[in-house]
Write a protein that binds this ligand. Structure first.
Ligand code: UD1
Length: 416
């Protein structure tokens, strides 16, 4: 079990490059099952990406890294089963469902199950695919899926703009017969990137101004070379790391447009932002002011994945912040660990009230999930003394060379 040992209160200064977005790369890797192979640039090298590659390898599409470029081969296998062991390696493996349905017209996989953010049902994925002619049967935790007559386009109105359900519908619809219309589709930038990838393979997809997605199924998709978008949550995390240390960093290879909803919060906290086309500089010379309210919403609202990093900052702000989480049921597990470091946080259902304290103190804490883990590192960077953070495997799911990148701009973190 690896851990981080963080010696805090080192001011961060310098340049940090953002890697490609995990949440864009994963559905794109599922989509690569549908084309004649692809060359993916800016794909982050993370354990979740390795897990997606293991699934692709199992399904007969060989994957390999060549100088930071991920190559995916054309799949020839007819095996449409994902074994439980591979499904368990990554919770978002459910995104392979739409791709397998499109390619094989059948799929056999285990339910992804609950996760650390609360129950993660897939009812919207299933009801949408059912409209497209897919039948489901559940047998001892295994989901058997089969296209009844033909995979056909459908009119789908999502009651909630689920990211995963939107991705699965797009994947299945790309090779279905006729047109699929997704109303109230998720609008996250990662959805746009999946659409961009599929378009580059010859898919006929358009996104209307109101966010409705139209997909005209095609018979076949060809090979492609594609560049994954920058990771917006990693960008926000790096900015938080700089802010808590009173630092000055320039985050490069980013997409500032994707994180506009977070700018007012940083500004309310007293940080100065200078935004360029694909870079953001954050300077924080003083203490951190409390942002009054932070409410998560589907894109373009404040991202749920940025809640924990911002919460770490609010722990040492001069005032009270009220967080309202509207997407997941259980997004506050890191709060208890932050309290072990002296934070004052009360949670009740979807609300968390954080009263800023002057200083946190070092403690022995453990990551509870990916973004909660990043929040502990942020808190430790702003704490005098040595903090030990266990269970960092959660962090390596979503941050490439996290501690090495932070050490390059002045942090003191070692991995043991
Ligand atoms: C994706 C992201 C995750 C991010 C989330 C919201 C990936 C790999 N993960 O997760 O980092 O936090 O979007 O931006 O891209 N729901 C249902 N039924 C369904 C589907 C979802 O009730 O069939 C509920 C979920 O339980 C959750 C909410 O809808 O409470 C949001 O889920 P969804 O948008 O689907 O997120 P994910 O795709 O799981």
């Amino acid at each position: 079990m690896e851990r981080y040992i963080v010696n805090g209160l080192r001011r961060l200064s310098g340049e940090m490059r953002v890697h490609g977005a995990k949440n864009a790369a994963l559905p794109i890797l599922a989509a690569s099952l549908l084309c004649d192979g692809c060359e993916l640039h800016n794909c982050p090298h993370l354990s979740d990406v390795d897990a997606a590659c293991n699934i692709l390898n199992h399904l007969g599409c060989g994957t390999c890294w060549q100088n930071n470029v991920l190559l995916v081969g054309k799949g020839e296998s007819r095996d449409c089963t994902i074994p439980t062991s591979l499904m368990r390696e990554m919770r978002s493996s459910i995104v392979f469902l739409g791709a397998m349905i499109a390619k094989y017209h059948e799929a056999k996989l285990t339910f992804p199950g609950g996760c650390e953010l609360g129950p993660r049902p897939i009812d919207l994925h299933l009801s949408s695919l059912r409209k497209m002619g897919v039948e489901f049967e559940e047998e001892e935790g295994t989901l058997n899926c089969r296209v009844r007559d033909e995979l056909r386009g459908a009119q789908i109105d999502l009651p909630f703009p689920s990211v995963g359900a939107t991705e699965n519908i797009i994947l299945a619809a790309s090779l279905a017969k006729g047109q699929t219309v997704i109303r109230n589709a998720a609008r996250e930038p990662e959805i746009g990137d999946l659409v961009g990838f599929l378009q580059s393979c010859g898919a006929k997809i358009s996104i209307e101004n109101d966010g409705t997605i139209l997909i005209d199924g095609v018979e076949k998709l060809h090979e492609t070379v594609y560049h994954v978008i920058p990771d917006r949550i990693v960008t926000i995390t790096y900015l938080c790391c700089a802010a808590i240390t009173g630092g000055d960093i320039l985050v490069t290879d980013a997409c500032p447009d994707h994180i506009r909803s977070v700018f007012p919060i940083f500004e309310e906290m007293g940080c100065r932002l200078t935004v360029g086309k694909n870079k953001i500089r954050l300077i924080n010379h003083g203490s951190i002011h409390a942002a009054k309210n932070v409410t998560t919403m589907p894109y373009p609202g404040f991202p749920t994945d940025a809640l924990a990093p911002i919460m770490a900052l609010s722990c040492v702000a001069d005032g009270t912040t009220v967080f309202t989480e509207t997407i997941f049921q259980n997004r506050y597990k890191q709060a208890w660990e932050l309290c072990r470091m002296g934070a004052d946080i009360k949670t009740e259902g979807r609300i968390a009230v954080v009263r800023g304290v002057k200083n946190l103190h070092p403690a022995h804490v453990a990551c509870t999930d990916l973004r909660g883990g990043a929040a502990l590192v942020i808190a430790a960077l702003g704490t005098e003394g040595t903090t030990t953070i266990d269970e960092i495997r959660h962090i390596t799911r979503g941050y490439e060379e996290f501690h090495t990148n932070l050490n390059r701009v002045g942090a003191d973190i070692c991995c043991q």
